[in-house]
Design a protein around this ligand. Structure first.
Ligand code: GLV
Length: 323
């Protein structure tokens, strides 16, 4: 069996892999396996251990003649042509649940950092501009008791709602489908998108990338938000029209935004968004705690080995492949 790792994974858990399997791994720690290399290596691979940075499209599956399993070290799978995988009879595994707390925590981190202008404040000190305590120096927004609007009430949304409740926040949500059980269990209320945007002090985007959610937040939607409100995106960059976000932030029509994800990753230094004081950007680190990443590696490895043995995965994206 040949297993292809498209990124360098250094973990004692790799010992799970039977010794007689051939392991081909991209060695450079901070770079992505080039496309031509990926297509070449996958041609005779039985399994692929992959993540958000590889595009597994129709062309990829045409090259993957022997592939039995796609194992994503990620929860999101918008980079994989799922229909094509299913057509080829290939199960696609992913790593939900174990990362929900970490991603929700990053959403809170960005909410706090934006609300209290943490990055701007530190820059102020570094620039040696701090002369004295100021009555309204870097006055920001309060979080406790404020209203949180969650767009996309899935696994991560539910955890975020619970965390927000501990901060005494009111929580409303918008979702494709209303979920009365969640409303009762978590004491959250459903709103249509426009109402959510108008009411909320914090808006957190958690909807996955799809045709339906593409540029779901554009100028019109941002304009519904309050000038004191904060927008956070920890899902996928494609859900936000960045040009419109830039416009609304520079017009100060919302207070600030915190982004973990971008329309094009990596975002470059020259990007207009990065010139703004009321924008905080981090490099797609939502699930990035040591413990969470270890768990993701473990589940992705188990999914991969199960797939190679023809067993059902721990978490399969395309359950229909088994029919
Ligand atoms: C990261 O973005 C993931 O989908 O796990």
């Amino acid at each position: 069996m040949k297993i292809l790792f498209t990124r360098s994974i250094q973990s004692p858990m790799l010992s799970m892999i039977p010794e007689d399997y051939e392991v081909v791994m991209w060695k450079e720690e901070n770079s992505v396996m080039p496309r031509n290399e990926l297509l070449k290596e996958v041609a005779d691979a039985d399994a692929i251990f992959t993540n958000v940075t590889d595009l597994l499209d129709k062309e990829f599956f045409e090259h993957a003649k022997k592939l039995k399993i796609v194992s994503l070290m990620a929860v999101g799978f918008d980079n994989v042509d799922i229909q094509e995988a299913t057509k080829c009879g290939i199960p696609v595994g992913h790593t939900p649940d174990v990362l929900s707390e970490a991603v929700a925590e990053l959403a809170l981190t960005l909410m706090f950092a934006c609300a209290r202008r943490v990055v701007e404040s530190m820059q102020f000190i570094k620039d040696n501009k701090w002369e004295s305590w100021g009555p309204y120096l870097f006055a920001g927004q309060k979080i406790s008791g404020a209203k949180l609007g969650i767009i996309g009430m899935g696994r991560i949304g539910k955890i975020l709602a619970q965390q927000a409740k501990a901060l005494n926040m009111d929580v409303v949500y918008y979702n494709r489908r209303r979920n009365p059980q969640t409303e009762t269990e978590l004491d959250v209320e459903y709103r249509d998108l426009e109402s959510l945007l108008k009411e909320s002090d914090y808006v957190v985007m958690l909807a996955p990338a799809s045709q339906e959610t593409y540029h779901m937040m554009g100028y019109e939607q941002f304009a519904f938000m309050k000038p004191t409100s904060v927008f956070v995106n920890v899902s996928r960059g494609s859900t936000v029209n960045e040009k419109d976000l830039y416009k609304i932030l520079s017009e100060k029509k919302i207070f600030a935004a915190g982004l973990d994800v971008f329309e094009e990753e990596p975002i470059r230094k020259e990007h207009p968004l990065l010139t703004l004081d009321n924008l905080i950007a981090v490099p797609h680190i939502g699930s990035g705690t040591q413990e969470t990443r270890d768990k993701m590696v473990e589940i992705a490895l188990k999914n991969m080995l199960k797939g190679l043995n023809g067993e059902r995965l721990l978490h399969t994206v395309n359950e229909e492949v088994y029919e």
